[in-house]
Ligand binder design. Structure first.
Ligand code: HEC
Length: 98
């Protein structure tokens, strides 16, 4: 194997390792395990990162609106998951609940 290939492989490994660590940090610290979390991670990461939740300055009422706003933009949230997702966002990210 040439040095170049070896170097490239090392770079890929480092990249994968660091992106894995970032995912882990996000999922464990800012996104505690609770009903609604899986829906959030599956449905709300298709157009932007989860960082949007952490930086958004939204009240509980705003979050209720945002969920429907995002669904109307195409977020694939099942009808029966809306309540859990909304509560999850309100509990963890509403500025009036922080
Ligand atoms: C189909 C693409 C798409 C999906 C899926 C999606 N979003 Fe968004 N989201 C957007 C776009 C586009 C914007 C930027 C809107 C703007 O700036 O006006 C946005 C912005 C936001 C913001 C910032 C709004 C603000 O006022 O600060 C939040 C919070 C957000 N999304 C949450 C969610 C949540 C929660 C989900 C899952 C239910 C989700 N998004 C899924 C497209 C999407």
């Amino acid at each position: 194997m040439s040095n170049r290939v070896r170097l490239l492989r090392a770079a890929v490994v480092v990249f994968l390792a660091s992106s894995g660590l970032i995912t882990l940090a996000i999922s464990q610290e800012s996104f505690p395990d609770a009903p609604g979390r899986d829906t959030l991670i599956l449905a709300c990461t298709q157009c932007h990162s989860l960082g949007k939740m952490a930086v958004a300055k939204l009240t509980a009422e705003d979050w209720q609106f945002i969920v429907y706003d995002m669904i109307s933009r195409g977020a694939p949230v099942h009808q029966e998951d809306i309540a859990d997702l909304t509560k999850y966002l309100q509990d963890n990210f509403a500025i009036d609940n922080r």
